[in-house]
Design a protein around this ligand. Structure first.
Ligand code: ADP
Ligand code: ADP
Ligand code: ZN
Ligand code: ZN
Length: 749
């Protein structure tokens, strides 16, 4: 009973493996990408625990969920109730804030309804999502969309030249005729030469009948200025043009802070309710550590429990390194790491025991200093009597584990085995790539490239940046460091591109394309492969696309069917006819060199490298190998790639560029230390080709190899935003004030 026993697991690439995982301890699963960590931890252990919970549901749900399938494993004994804390971003809608997502805002509402003066109502009226609480002008959003006249009108042009930059207002368009036929304007006069009166008429005039229109003017036609016309006909959410012109509208709209509530989302009555001079909106705008001090300063004997609950929740946020956030921050502006830490806060609050916590790379986005705090929290969770499983690559988190399971030796079919199980000390002498990494000596770049030129960021003040100016060396590798929330992304991904529009940001966001896009379409070789099949079989190449003639008729090529669970979220299961391939079964009677199109799409890139040897396009597979991604399958859909994989995939398209300024935000995400070396080679190659590379990173092995370091700090939020250090790695090691220097010295030790 003191361990979870997994017997003969075979999910995906797992090779019939059995293991015991100690309870009430921290176990870290390591191994190169594609070795089988997720297959074991999420798809076998997590899925089976979840399935057993589902068994306790009503028979209706149970019957549906049963179709999801059982993980491929003989048995798992002594499982606990699972809590899976992944990096899925918190809800993307504009009404979800840090306050609502953590439930802290609900406690605050309760406090204001009891303690605030004057009394305005029960706690629900303090919600900006409630009709009685929301600002009537912006409906509780805090912002309004206005027409940006600068973007709508080109004053250097006349009406006949097309001065109004919106489809139906362009020469020939039916709305354009309203203005040119109105009799008000000389249609060849440039708008910059309009009198004040003409300008008013054109833009703002209310609806009326013009006095002397041209002969084409219809009897019942009315004249109206451009702005009210767009507001009435196109901006209204229920107008059909609103949907049709979405893209064009985005270009002429500008979102402004709501003039009525000044962004607080609440109406005047609610804002008039105050505790010690502060409204609930004032409190939500304070960084969490300051809000905590404010709450601690309040005294009320009748509200002791409310105050205590609130303090506890705020304290948990501080402990989790989120003291710099404000409750009014919308969750869709948070990073994946911040989202995960907020989820951790929710769990810290509960007092349940004997749970099985499963974390997916909690180190993402964290400076080694933040990681110290997170390690402590994870330790607390285990000490409370829970079992913790972590899939992780970060050396410091691997070191802190009670138990380590190293998977390998390689990825895909070359992996799926356990290379090492036991304490950290034994890992170093084990044969796998993880052991090898820990037994190696760490080096720093003692021969950095020197820059001849610089690009300069001047007076950066956005968010928490404290009016800093920075020179970034050209044609070298610069690494930007600093604790989470110190201002790195604001500086490099937001301010810098504003000052230098040519900067290319290679981030972890979705790669676009349709939901059917896969690795082959992204690499632009699916047409070639379809043609090879077509030629070999003397049939149309369209047969080999599940987006065209080859589509399975049952699922239209999707490969999946949705199951409607009535009161739960829909779930998807593989299509029964095509078994998930999306292809019409008839297509599978055609082969190329003994493989069907589905077989080919199931090849990993390293297998495809051999199968298609001799063809020009295999060079593209080599690029993936260089970035540690040769385990990816040709047919893998782009929407199933992790953030790190997406970013590295985008990087492959840049490998032939020169003289560009490239920005990468944490490219080491999801990479095993041995693959980080490969990434490093690719980055160095890009610099050799005369690109300027700026990388935001926490990974100390990457920091060690930089030509130039820019350290932002010292703390997070308003305690950060300053330039702490700029110079070489050797110089950084001597630095006495930077947190990054402290951890780098430890790392090299
Ligand atoms: P890791 O977590 O170590 O990066 P994974 O467990 O995600 O590795 O993957 C192990 C192997 O299993 C890889 O070859 C991967 O392509 C394969 N794999 C992962 N998910 C699936 C799936 N749903 N169907 C088939 N193969 C999969
Ligand atoms: P880092 O990249 O170093 O983790 P960020 O640049 O993301 O730090 O954040 C710096 C500060 O700016 C933090 O206090 C953060 O809360 C704030 N911030 C970041 N993005 C936004 C945003 N979209 N709206 C408001 N504040 C933001
Ligand atoms: Zn408002
Ligand atoms: Zn199908």
């Amino acid at each position: 009973m003191n361990s979870i026993k997994v017997v003969r697991a075979r999910q995906n690439n797992l090779k019939n493996i059995s293991l015991e995982i100690p309870k009430n301890k921290i176990t870290v699963f390591t191994g190169v990408s594609g070795s089988g960590k997720s297959s074991l931890v999420f798809e076998t252990i997590g899925a089976e625990a979840q399935r057993q919970i589902n068994e306790t549901q009503s028979s209706f749900v149970r019957n549906r969920l049963a179709q999801l399938g059982v993980p491929d494993v003989d048995k798992i004994e002594h499982l606990n109730v699972p809590v899976i804390v992944n990096q899925k971003r918190l809800g993307g809608n504009a009404r979800s804030t840090v306050g609502t997502a953590t439930d802290i805002y609900a406690s605050l509402r309760l406090l204001f309804s009891r303690m605030g003066k004057p009394f305005v109502g029960y706690s629900f009226v303090f919600s900006f999502n409630h009709p009685q609480g929301m600002c009537p002008r912006c409906q509780g959003l805090g912002y309004v969309s206005d027409i940006n006249v600068e973007a709508l009108i080109d004053k250097t042009k006349s009406l006949n030249d097309g001065a109004i930059l919106f489809p139906t207002f362009q020469p020939g368009g039916f709305r354009w005729l309203r203005y040119t036929n109105s009799g008000y304007f000389n249609n060849d006069k440039k708008l910059k030469d309009y009198t004040k009166k003409e300008w008013e008429l054109l833009l703002h005039s209310e609806e009326h009948k013009p006095a002397k229109p041209s002969r084409e003017w219809g009897k019942t036609m009315m004249y109206q200025g451009i702005i009210p016309r767009i507001q009435n006909d196109i901006l209204r959410k229920d107008s059909t043009e609103h949907v049709k012109r979405k893209k064009e509208l985005e270009k002429i709209l500008i979102t402004n802070v709501c003039p009525e509530c000044k962004g607080s989302r609440l109406n005047k009555k609610i804002l008039s309710n105050k505790i010690n001079g502060k409204s609930i909106a004032d409190c939500s705008a304070l960084p969490i550590d300051e809000l905590l001090s404010f709450v601690k300063s309040l005294k009320s004997s009748s509200l002791e429990t409310v105050l205590h609950e609130l303090e506890k929740k705020l304290q948990n946020m501080v402990t989790n390194g989120l003291q710099y956030l404000t409750l009014d921050r919308t969750t869709n502006t948070l990073s994946g790491g911040e989202s995960q830490r907020i989820k951790m806060v929710r769990h810290l609050g509960n007092s349940l025991e004997n749970l099985l916590y499963i974390f997916d790379e909690p180190s993402v986005g964290l400076h080694p200093k933040d990681l110290d705090n997170i390690s402590r929290i994870i330790r607390d969770i285990a000490n409370k009597g829970n079992t913790v499983l972590i899939v992780e690559h970060d050396p410091d988190l691997i070191r802190m584990a009670d138990h380590i399971v190293d998977m390998g030796p390689l990825s895909g079919s070359g992996g799926g085995q356990i290379i090492y199980e036991g304490e950290f000390d034994g890992l170093r002498s084990s044969s796998g790539k993880t052991g090898e990494y820990f037994s190696r000596k760490r080096m720093i770049n003692t021969n950095p490239r020197r820059a001849q030129e610089f690009v300069r960021i001047k007076n950066a003040k956005l968010h928490n940046l404290q009016n800093i100016s920075i020179a970034i060396p050209k044609n070298v590798l610069t690494v930007v460091t600093g604790v989470a929330g110190s201002g790195k992304s604001t500086l490099i991904s937001k301010v810098f591109p504003k000052q230098y529009p040519e900067v290319r940001i290679i981030d972890q966001s979705a790669v676009g394309g349709s939901i059917r896009s896969n690795l082959l379409t992204y690499l632009d070789i699916s047409d070639q492969i379809r043609n090879m099949f077509a030629r070999a079989n003397k049939v149309s190449n369209r047969l080999f696309s599940n987006n065209s003639e080859g589509a399975c008729s049952n699922c239209n090529g999707q490969g999946t069917e949705k199951i409607d669970l009535a009161f739960m979220e829909d779930i998807e299961q593989p299509c029964e006819v095509c078994m998930g391939s999306g292809f019409n079964p008839e297509v599978l009677t055609y082969t190329y060199n003994g493989k069907t199109i589905v077989d080919v799409l199931n090849l990993s890139t390293n297998e495809a490298r051999e199968f298609f040897d001799g063809h020009d396009f295999v060079r593209k597979f080599d690029l993936l190998t260089e970035l540690g991604m040769d385990y990816l399958k040709l047919g893998q859909r782009l929407n199933t790639f992790s953030g790190g994989e997406r970013q590295r995939l985008k990087l492959t398209r840049e490998l032939s560029t020169t003289h560009e300024i490239l920005v990468l935000d944490e490219p080491s995400t999801g990479l095993h230390p041995s693959d980080t070396d490969k990434l490093m080679n690719v980055l160095q190659h890009l610099v050799e080709k005369k690109n300027t590379l700026i990388v935001i990173e926490h990974n100390l092995d990457i920091i060690s190899q930089a030509d130039w370091i820019i350290d932002i700090g010292p703390g997070a939020g308003k305690y950060g935003g300053q330039l702490m250090y700029e110079g070489t790695v050797e110089g950084l090691l001597q630095d006495e004030t930077s947190e990054t220097a402290i951890y780098l010295r430890k790392h090299l030790h």
